[in-house]
Design a protein around this ligand. Structure first.
Ligand SMILES: Nc1ncnc2c1ncn2[C@@H]1O[C@H](COP(=O)(O)OP(=O)(O)OP(=O)(O)O)[C@@H](O)[C@H]1O
Ligand SMILES: [Mg+2]
Length: 669
């Protein structure tokens, strides 16, 4: 029957003969009439009645604030972990006791406050130790140190053990007189969930009912009473699995102290017998009944007054059960029986067909979620370990490659800088072969057989040499330099002669590249001086050597003295450096095999220095002067060599090539 105020949203329950119609949620027409007829209403109705600006009523504090805690507040500020075995100092690699911050502040990063109860504030946090999210409940009031029951919540929660429908406790500790309980983090409380969704669909109600029932059944099997079952203490996970939490009022029936000091839970969900007595398993069942009634009907449960008694006497208006199955309604009514003995036990409820038929499916679903959760965890740990493993394995090779590439870049930068500055880049050993390494090592040995300290051979001309200098070669035929230095104008024949001697050609090339060593120049200066004087005496008669006139010596005397000095000097140098010694009586050591040497000798002019002595014996017997004799020896030897080389057309051709390379004209040959 519709009255004038009804709308299409409203649904009348009952007939004209029955008592005044009751509007079932959510179809409400005349709220004022309804409220007059029955004080019970749904939460949605109350929200419509309640002005939006009105603040919610303050939470009722169950117990008076602990007065004695003011005097007995703990002074020990060190964190102490609470375990079933005892209380120990709490240590963590992430916790530094020297710092002012508490353990909670150092080891956890706080995300947000997820709830506030009469006993504590609950924070959603991330633990720095394992990088996982948790909920940490911090007690509002300081613990009373002399209170034996101060850790009761923790002890009972730990005693409850692991159950898929009980919030898992991670650890609990006391610091600076406050209690911290670290538990798994859930999405929200059932109260918040119901407030958002209002009357829940029945399948969801059955699932939540089974979850809560399983948790309470587990507790009852352990002779424990939760004593505070209500939607605020039931938490919903992401997978919509309900978990029972807040063991603050939990009673362990095996603990006499617990039973004695048992407190009342929230009055909205309180069984009537608890007002004058003690909580029991049956009172827990009653609280489950009230919770399911609220979740299924969205009823705004009274905390006191007439309606409070009305519900406990079994007088629940019919309209709240519209759309609810008989099974669910029957179970709710059964659990809300006034007399505790008339209520079912959790065991009976579990065996009820409507529940037992759903139980298996629900447990299978929870198991699946657990497996998925564990697999995700294992996968995460596996990936983390794999990454750590590969990081360790590839650390050294990666460092090596990095260093190689750094070195390459450095060399490239060095070379480009050198090129930019016009400096020839330093050569590096390209490939590390044993031969290459040896040659490179030898090249690093600076050979300084001579004194380079004169002006013309400064220190920077010290050079790296790959192969040692052959002593005799360095000593032979310095007269091209002699000629160059003695006279700069009349040296065309000297060039001719020097280029005609292969050995002297090598020396000349070496000297032009590396400069003339001082000791060698001392020798050849002496030679050149004697030779020049011999030539000049022959050609011009008496040309005084520069400087000789100063001492009043004759040309002859000066030359003799000079030559003697030179020879003495040479002897000293030879004794110092055996490499510079040429024992002309001993043939030069040849490194190549005789066959090759002979073949080479066919092409090469033979340097027969014995001829010098012969000619000296035959032609120059009357020459007494040593220097003159020596210079003539050299001139004769050179003439001899020139005669021989002129006979070889191959050598002539080679000499021509050499002269053309040197820029000299061919007509000098
Ligand atoms: N593990 C958790 N995950 C998500 N939210 C939580 C968790 N624990 C507590 N909460 C939120 O914090 C609120 C208060 O938590 P709790 O009931 O444990 O504190 P309490 O002080 O004991 O409350 P009560 O007034 O019921 O005694 C809860 O209603 C809930 O909203
Ligand atoms: Mg609570």
């Amino acid at each position: 029957m519709n009255d004038g105020n009804s709308s299409t949203d409203s649904l009348e329950v009952g007939t004209s003969t029955s008592p005044p119609p009751v509007l079932a949620t959510p179809r409400i027409v005349n709220i004022h009439n309804i409220m007059r007829e029955t004080p019970l209403s749904t939460k949605r109705e109350r929200m419509k009645m309640t002005p939006k600006f009105r603040r919610p009523a303050p939470k009722v504090i169950k117990t008076a604030p602990p007065v004695r805690s003011f005097y007995s507040a703990v002074r020990d500020t060190k964190p102490r972990i609470i375990t079933p075995q005892g209380i120990y100092h709490l240590e963590s690699p992430k916790y530094n006791p020297q710092k002012k911050d508490t353990y909670f502040e150092q080891v956890f990063s706080i995300d947000e406050i997820v709830g506030r109860g009469s006993y504590g504030e609950v924070f959603a946090v991330r633990c720095i130790e394992d990088n996982r999210e948790y909920a940490v409940k911090v007690s509002i009031n300081l613990l009373r140190q002399n209170n034996a029951q101060k850790y009761r919540e923790v002890e009972n929660h730990m005693l409850a053990g692991n159950h898929p429908n009980i919030v898992a406790i991670q650890k609990a500790w006391e610091e600076a007189g406050r209690l911290y309980i670290q538990t798994e983090l859930c999405e929200m409380s059932l109260f918040n969930y119901c407030t958002k969704r209002h009357a829940l669909p029945e399948p969801e109600v059955w699932n939540f009912f089974i979850d809560v029932l399983s948790a309470v059944h587990h507790l009852h099997e352990k002779d424990m009473i939760h004593d505070d079952i209500k939607p605020e203490n039931i938490f919903v996970t992401k997978d919509l699995i309900c978990k029972l939490g807040d063991f603050g009022l939990c009673v362990n029936l095996n603990n006499a102290n617990d039973v004695k000091t048992a407190e009342e839970g929230d009055s909205k969900y309180l069984a009537p017998e608890v007002l004058n007595g003690r909580p029991s398993k049956a009172s827990d069942v009653f609280s489950i009944g009230m919770t399911i009634l609220e979740a299924a009907t969205d009823m705004d449960l009274p905390s006191q007054g007439e309606s409070w008694h009305q519900i406990r006497s079994g007088d629940i208006p019919e309209r709240f059960f519209i759309g609810i199955s008989d099974d669910l309604r029957h179970l709710i009514t059964w659990m809300l029986q006034e007399q505790p003995q008339n209520r079912p036990t959790t065991q009976q409820l579990m065996e009820y067909p409507a529940i037992s038929s759903r139980l298996f499916r629900r447990h299978a679903f929870i198991k699946r979620c657990q497996v998925r959760y564990h697999l995700a965890n294992v996968l995460f740990v596996f990936i983390t370990w794999c990454m750590a493993f590969f990081a360790v394995i590839f650390h050294h090779p990666m460092r090596m490659f990095q260093e190689i590439s750094d070195r390459r870049s450095a060399i490239a930068a060095q070379m480009s800088n050198a090129q930019a500055a016009g400096i020839p880049a330093q050569q590096h050993t390209p490939i590390q072969t044993p031969e290459g390494s040896k040659a490179f090592a030898e090249s690093l040995i600076t050979i300084t057989p001579f004194d380079y300290s004169d002006d013309e051979n400064p220190g920077h001309l010290h050079h790296r040499r790959l192969f040692p200098v052959v002593g005799p070669v360095a000593r032979l035929n310095f007269d091209d330099d002699d000629e160059e230095q003695a006279t700069s104008s009349s040296n065309s024949s000297a060039i001719d002669e020097s280029s005609s001697s292969p050995v002297r050609g090598i020396r000349h090339e070496w000297a032009s590249r590396h400069g003339t060593p001082k000791s060698a120049r001392k020798i050849f200066n002496g030679l050149s001086a004697s030779k020049a004087s011999a030539t000049s005496s022959g050609a011009t008669g008496d040309i005084a050597h520069g400087g000789s006139g100063d001492h009043g010596e004759t040309e002859e005397e000066w030359r003799r003295n000079k030559y003697q000095r030179m020879m003495a000097n040479e002897r000293t140098l030879d004794s110092d450096d055996n490499e510079n010694t040429v024992n002309e009586s001993i043939p030069l050591t040849m490194s190549c095999p005789p066959a090759i040497r002979n073949r080479r000798l066919l092409r090469m002019p033979k340097l027969n220095f014995g001829l010098l002595d012969k000619k000296e014996d035959v032609e120059e017997d009357d020459v007494n002067d040593d220097a003159e004799k020596n210079s003539k020896k050299i001139l004769n030897a050179r003439r001899n060599i020139n005669n021989r080389t002129r006979q070889s057309p191959r050598l002539v051709a080679a000499r021509t090539r050499m002269m053309s390379l040197r820029g000299s004209s061919g007509d000098e040959i």
